[in-house]
Design a protein around this ligand. Sequence first.
Ligand code: NDP
Length: 331
Amino acid sequence: MANSIVTLDEIKKLVTDVFLKQGCNKKNANALANTITKAEEDGSSSHGLFRVPGYVASLKSGKVNGNASPKLEKITPVILKCDADNGFASTAHEFSLPKLVDAAKTNGVAVLSIKGCYHFAALWPETEYLAQQNLVGFACTAFKPSVAPAGAKEAFFGTNPISMAWPRNGQDPVVFDMATATMAKGEVMIAARDGHPLPDGVGLDENGKPSNDPTEILKGVLLPFGGYKGSAISLMVELFSAGLTGDVFSYEAQENDNNDGGPPSGGEFIMALNPEIISNPNWEEHCTNFFQKLTSIDGVRLPGSRRHKNRSGDNYRSINEELLLKVRSYL
Ligand code: NDP
């Protein structure tokens, strides 16, 4: 099916109206609509409108609380715990990230563990927000078993994304945000929808054989990026997101989930570090020199720069028409 051209304002209004219609109050609908619009703005199509059917399914099934009112507990001046009230992660972020910023600005470092949230989105909105406040940001969350640990052919780890962001004076921050699977599941689903083959190493079919067919891989398992090294990072994402927050590991999320097609419940670990307190007074200049040297090497670009370039373009986005019709059908 063809694509349609829509503006970012139209996307924001459409998804806000959809979530209001599907049972969210204004605060929750706005927070989720912001996340989706940011993804479309930056060209992260696997985490924008593409996720709306899943979000709606989880509201319809009653799994997610569309009227969530997150609460924050300050365990120590640097340890913040947010109870997401079974709502979408976006609502918990809008509520708790400014408090994480305050704690890190004062104390040099602060961590935020979010419990009981439903995360389905990209992670850069939370880490980039921290970098925009001149802090170094770190975030990770688990999912449901989708990735085979190194050496295995069965899924155990989630696609377990991890994101870090570094502030830069007067310039876009450096932000990387990646699944610890070779490819995010949403990207594999889009390739299956659009009939595109995948590169080697993305996943195995249901018989445990390497495959380039996204439909077959979705019946089988994804593989971690970089073999045992990516597998080790995915393991640590499980531990940060569940062992440290006290929420569920991916396999526990699977056991609890009603499989409505929406995100599973889980935790997110977020950390903010303040270089103004931790580093030397000349840290910004020191890092600017580092980035200049790095980007002067032929072929190098900074992570996040593709998204930032998309963001600085016009307000029109090309969206799969079938998806658009589906999203409009929820109104
Ligand atoms: P990609 O592999 O597309 O990109 C990963 C990172 O690498 C990005 O920061 C990207 O920057 C950077 N990058 C890509 N190419 C280059 C290059 N040539 N030089 C330097 N940097 C580069 O992302 P994934 O498919 O792994 O993940 C996509 C999204 O899926 C992420 O946003 C992730 O958070 C999300 N996700 C969410 C899950 C959830 O449960 N909430 C689960 C799994 C994934 P740039 O953006 O500028 O291209």
